[in-house]
Design a protein around this ligand. Structure first.
Ligand code: ATP
Ligand code: MG
Length: 444
């Protein structure tokens, strides 16, 4: 932040983060004489951001104008979030404006292959490392510097509008935080990640690295899938990347580092030559599909070529089935893309007539049964909702998490809190409203 001295008593003024600051206007107040003033910081952030990120000023201006960036305080740290891709910056990129400006890039989109044979040969030259694709939610864990501002907040807790408890406790110069895909620090995930793993040594030695992984298991508020080796909640690391550049470590370097710090990695099924890979992966997909596992991510061992993903028929069906519980809350593209995947997979796997019939039947059942159930349910006066139980330390923590969901635009409420278990209810408004309307004779 630009330094400003008080015109009355010359002490160093502080940005007042309780006020509605923007990218160019900051409210300052003087801690000594309590003078307050709004200061226009012409182009300060824009220039600084361009300098750090090497992003063109028109791109940044356009993104700000279109409302694709958001400026807010997160855990007491002023934050600029890119909600949409901007130039080279992935959506979900965040810039923390503490003493040192820190950039955590969004997790890059992984393209999908519909037909392994031709796309693997086109995309990868020689070797392909095949990792398991776990079905949970994407998390980036980083250590960020927040000394000055966190200290301000500890003295004046009210300035932390979100009331995140830990910001007021033991103030360190660096804080480990966990971000979900969109770029928001999730209080639940931040806490759980540190309970599940010892991250202190890793970040003490590697403050410039980001751990990217999947939070998996049944007891989380985002994506619940049971894995026998996980049970309620676990974390699996799939990438280690550099903060500012987003460059990933090679598969080897990543695995060595994870072993060194005793951090859990996703399964590596093997490294195959591009010629053998199609056959090997099709076999693998059939096998893990039967275990209701999601799929694979194929990576070049050096990580210099972007990875590709491929998923099992059972995973497609499971997602279709889930989404047809709340059909009007999911976009049409959600359903169509999964049917397309099934079509190409059936073609490439050369299913026998019996197998093909089974595939078709599974897909049909995943559509029609949940649709029937939800129409019946709403007709019986029971709304389309989804309850998840999460484990928290207090009711306050559960309420804070629900506030976080509201910030993300999710319609949710706390239904019950008892002995560390909080039931969070998500409400599917579009499904409720539309189905009620059709049940009352509304036209489609
Ligand atoms: P995308 O990431 O391609 O934009 P998406 O958000 O719809 O798509 P998915 O279809 O689930 O997500 O596929 C990509 C995601 O898979 C990654 O963002 C990551 O969270 C998850 N993932 C699970 N296992 C791995 C792995 N081994 N390597 C990379 N990503 C993995
Ligand atoms: Mg996923």
């Amino acid at each position: 932040m630009p330094e400003v001295n008080c015109p009355k008593c010359s002490s160093k003024m502080r940005v007042d983060w309780r006020r509605n600051n923007t990218l160019t206007h900051f409210f300052y107040s003087c801690p000594s004489c309590e003078l307050e003033s709004q200061i226009e910081v012409e182009d300060f952030l824009e220039k600084k951001i361009q300098e750090i990120l090497g992003i063109k000023s028109e791109k940044l201006e356009e993104s700000i104008k279109k409302g694709n960036t958001k400026f807010f305080i997160s855990m007491g740290i002023p934050t600029l979030l890119f909600k949409k891709e901007t130039g080279e910056l992935e959506s979900g990129t965040v810039i923390y404006l503490s003493d040192e400006i820190e950039v955590i890039r969004g997790f890059p989109k992984i393209r999908r292959t519909l037909l392994l044979g031709p796309s693997l040969k086109n995309h990868f030259q020689d070797l392909i490392a095949v990792e398991e694709k776990m079905n949970g939610y994407n998390v980036r864990i980083a250590s960020i510097n927040c000394s000055d501002i966190c200290q301000d907040i500890s003295k004046n807790p009210e300035s932390n509008s979100k009331g995140f408890d830990e910001a007021n406790e033991d103030i360190k110069h660096n804080k480990i935080v966990a971000l979900t895909r969109g770029g928001y620090i999730c209080p639940f995930t931040t806490k759980k990640a540190q309970e599940l793993m010892n991250l202190d040594d890793f970040f003490a030695d590697n403050p410039e690295l980001i751990i990217c992984g999947e939070m998996v298991g049944t007891d989380n508020p985002y994506v619940s899938q049971y894995y026998p080796e996980v049970g309620k909640l676990a974390f699996r690391v799939f990438d280690i990347r550099h903060k500012l550049s987003n460059e990933p470590l090679s598969i080897d370097a990543k695995r060595k580092l994870l072993k060194q710090y005793n951090l859990p990695a996703v399964r590596l099924f093997g490294v195959f030559s591009a010629d053998d890979a199609q056959e090997k992966i099709l076999e693998l997909i059939k096998e893990i599909g039967l275990e209701h596992r999601e799929g694979v991510v194929m990576k070049h061992p050096s990580m210099e070529i972007p990875p590709l993903k491929y998923t099992s028929s059972q995973a497609h069906d499971r997602e279709i089935k889930y989404a047809f519980n709340f059909p009007f809350d999911f976009g049409r593209a959600f359903f169509f893309s999964r049917v397309v995947r099934e079509g190409f997979q059936a073609y490439e796997m050369e299913d026998s007539p019996e197998e093909l019939q089974k595939r078709a039947q599974r897909l049909g059942e995943s559509i029609i049964y949940p649709m029937m159930d939800i129409i019946k349910q709403i007709n019986d006066g029971e709304p389309a909702v989804e309850d998840t139980t999460i484990n928290v330390d207090s009711k306050k923590e559960a309420e804070e998490f629900v506030r976080h969901l509201h910030d993300l635009g999710v319609s949710a409420m706390l239904i019950e809190y008892k002995d560390g278990n909080a039931i969070i209810r998500r409400i599917y408004n579009a499904t409720n409203d539309k189905i009620k309307n059709y049940l009352n004779g509304g036209l489609y």
